[in-house]
Design a protein around this ligand. Structure first.
Ligand SMILES: [Zn+2]
Length: 70
């Protein structure tokens, strides 16, 4: 099963928690923000808590307590 980037249509892993490729994600949010968003999404999924598909709806608030990358 293959997903496609919503921005450029590039194929992305169906495993991916986001709907766009790295390149577009970084274009839109920048490296750090993008990584943080992905990390947050993966954490949420790991917790069985992934019930929406808008990771960047309120990135600032979600990232306020973010303490860095593992
Ligand atoms: Zn893309």
């Amino acid at each position: 099963m293959v997903k496609k980037c919503i921005y450029c249509n590039a194929e992305i892993s169906s495993d991916c928690v986001i709907d766009f490729c790295d390149k577009c994600g970084k274009n839109v949010w920048g490296d750090k923000m993008f990584n943080a968003i992905v990390q947050n999404m993966e954490n949420a999924r790991a917790n069985g808590d992934l019930c929406h598909t808008q990771p960047a709806a309120e990135p600032r608030r979600e990232l306020e307590g973010f303490e860095g990358f593992r």
